[in-house]
Structures are given as structure tokens and as C-alpha cells.
Design a protein around this ligand. Structure first.
Ligand code: HEC
Length: 304
């Protein structure tokens, strides 16, 4: 195979040092990003480690109740009778109104049951002698706000696309991967990046999409790791890895005339596209014969 570019292994050493320095620094940055995710999102459900719940709480919020209700059903349960707790929760559900606070006797309950501990002398606990301090626990946790999502979205799109610009550019000089696979590896992070950002917004709307956040994040990480490892190995360890070592199969596969997986996927996609046309024609025919007359009849019968 003739190449129109200088393969990674044939670049001058200064360029290799530059490429390697960049890749290693970005890899460390990536590592810190993962740690940061563990500490912010990872703790969202109160337990260490990243889970689907964490993603849901971070973007959609914990809508199983307000913080006050969660506490009243949890660690604060024994501090008030069932009726009193019920009264407080009802007041919260009705909007935690300041006037109702006095009128419904909620203030009395709080003063007798809670203020013994929750007062200005206990600095570690919120002071419930102040209405605003209590009120703060009566709002629904709705996760990320739209303004914070907008901010993080544009920062990520601009910043991360730049990282993949350079990682992809370096990797495009790789020679152990066929052109098809290179296109996939280079294009993939962008597709995953857009999916990732989109999935935050979707998760904000429905918690089901939390899986998409994880899937897209992993896809981005895998394509990044693949490009980084391949580039560094080709620059510094070409002979031991790709000629004498475990990577020897790559070069054979690249030059083999057999259809690659990407070729086969492409063939399937083309076949699918061909079969869509008759299906669309059939659907149109059925619509004209059955669907449209049925709707016309329906409209007529409605007019009568
Ligand atoms: C015996 C002392 C005591 C009483 C009485 C008490 N609390 Fe607490 N409360 C605590 C402590 C200690 C914590 C922190 C530990 C925890 O969250 O379980 C806390 C935490 C809370 C929190 C969460 C605060 C935060 O910063 O996240 C809320 C809300 C709360 N209490 C509400 C109430 C309500 C409402 C009552 C009255 C029905 C009440 N508490 C009565 C000791 C008390």
C-alpha cells in the first residue's frame, strides 16, 4: 500500500517528542476528568462510585420528594409523631407557603419538635428558627439547571473537539490501521461527543437517557484510548510491536484483500437502503388504497 503521508514511525524525533508530549498530557488531563466525575457526579446518590442513579440525580434530579420529606421519612423520622410529620409534608406539597406556615400550625410543630437541635447554636445544622432556612429544604431537586447545562455544553463542545482535533490529526499518520478503520476511529469521538451532550439534555427531560450518557462517555474514552495507544506504539515501538510482537497481525489484516468488517457493514447498509425503496412504495400504495379513504369516511361521518 502506498501512503501519501509520512507514517508516524518515520517522523523526525522532535516531532515525535512533540506528539508524545501532547498525547501524554491530554491523557493525564483525561484521568483528572474521570476523577472529577467520580467526586461530583459519583457522590450524587450519596454513595461513592459512578452509577446510573448518579447520572439521573445529576441531570434529572431526585424527584422522589423534597429534601425535607426525604429526611422526615429517613433519619428525622423519630423526632415527630406521624400526624406531625404528615402535616409538615402536606404543607410542603401545598407549596410551603409562608402564611400557611403559621396558620396550619407548622411553625408550632417545628418549634416543639425540631428547634431543640436545629437552632442557631448548632452551627453544623440548619437553623429552623429562621423560616428561610427551612424553606430551603422544601424545593424539589430538579438536577442540573438549563443555564448550567448550556454553559457546560458549549464549553465541552468547544474544548473537547479541540482535543480530538489534535489526537485525530496525530493518529491520521498511523499506518497499522486501514483507511476505513482510521476514518471510523477519527470520526467516532465527534459522534460520541455530540451524543454525550445531547444525552445530558435528554436525561434532564427523562431519566431513561442516563444510559446514553454512560454509553457515549465510554465510546469517547475507548476511541481516545485506541488512537493514543496506537500512535505512541507506532512512534516508539514499531518494530517490537508491529513486526515482531503481538501487533504483527494488524499489518497483515490491513493488506489482506478479504473484505474487512467495515466493508461488510457497508454492504449491509447499502442493501438496506435498496430495500427501503420498495417498502416506501408499498406503504404509499396502501395509504392511498386503504388509509386515505378510511380517514375521509371518518371525517364524513363526523360531519353528520
Ligand atoms: C435530636 C436532635 C434533632 C432533632 C430533634 C431534629 N433533628 Fe434534624 N438533624 C439532626 C442531625 C444530627 C442532623 C444531621 C444528620 C442527618 O442528616 O441525619 C439533622 C439533619 C436534618 C436535615 C438535613 C440537614 C442538611 O443540612 O442536609 C433536615 C432537613 C432535618 N434534620 C429536619 C428536621 C426536622 C423537620 C425536625 C423536626 C421534625 C428535626 N430535623 C429534628 C438532629 C435533629
Amino acid at each position: 500500500m502506498t501512503t501519501k503521508y509520512t507514517p508516524l514511525k518515520d517522523h523526525d524525533t522532535p516531532i515525535k517528542v512533540l506528539f508524545t508530549g501532547y498525547l501524554c498530557t491530554v491523557a493525564i488531563g483525561y484521568l483528572f476528568a474521570l476523577i472529577q466525575i467520580l467526586f461530583t457526579h459519583g457522590m450524587a446518590d450519596g454513595k461513592f462510585g459512578l452509577s446510573v442513579d448518579d447520572i439521573v440525580y445529576s441531570y434529572y434530579g431526585n424527584r422522589s420528594g423534597t429534601a425535607l420529606e426525604v429526611k422526615l421519612n429517613g433519619s428525622m423520622k423519630d423526632n415527630a409523631s406521624d400526624q406531625e410529620r404528615f402535616a409538615i409534608m402536606k404543607w410542603v406539597r401545598d407549596g410551603a407557603d409562608a402564611d400557611d406556615y403559621k396558620d396550619d400550625g407548622i411553625q408550632k410543630i417545628i418549634e416543639t419538635r425540631c428547634v431543640a437541635c436545629h437552632n442557631k447554636d448548632t452551627a453544623s445544622l440548619p437553623d429552623f428558627t429562621k423560616f428561610d432556612a427551612l424553606k430551603a429544604f422544601t424545593t424539589q431537586d430538579e438536577g442540573a439547571t438549563f443555564s448550567s447545562l448550556t454553559r457546560v455544553s458549549h464549553i465541552h463542545l468547544f474544548g473537547i473537539s479541540f482535543i480530538f482535533m489534535f489526537v485525530g490529526l496525530i493518529f491520521s499518520f498511523a499506518e497499522t490501521t486501514s483507511t476505513q478503520y482510521k476514518c471510523i476511529a477519527i470520526g467516532m469521538p465527534y459522534a460520541f461527543l455530540i451524543t454525550d451532550i445531547l444525552s445530558w439534555w435528554l436525561t434532564k427531560i427523562h431519566p431513561m437517557f442516563a444510559w446514553l450518557v454512560i454509553f457515549a462517555g465510554m465510546g469517547m474514552g475507548i476511541s481516545f484510548a485506541f488512537m493514543l495507544v496506537t500512535s505512541i506504539l507506532e512512534m516508539w515501538l514499531f518494530k517490537p510491536v508491529f513486526i515482531d510482537g503481538f501487533g504483527a497481525g494488524y499489518l497483515q489484516r490491513r493488506d489482506s484483500p478479504d473484505a474487512s468488517i467495515a466493508d461488510r457493514v457497508w454492504a449491509v447498509l447499502k442493501a438496506l437502503a435498496r430495500s427501503i425503496k420498495p417498502v416506501a412504495l408499498f406503504a404509499k400504495e396502501q395509504w392511498l388504497i386503504h388509509g386515505l379513504p378510511w380517514i375521509k369516511d371518518l371525517l364524513k361521518s363526523l360531519k353528520k
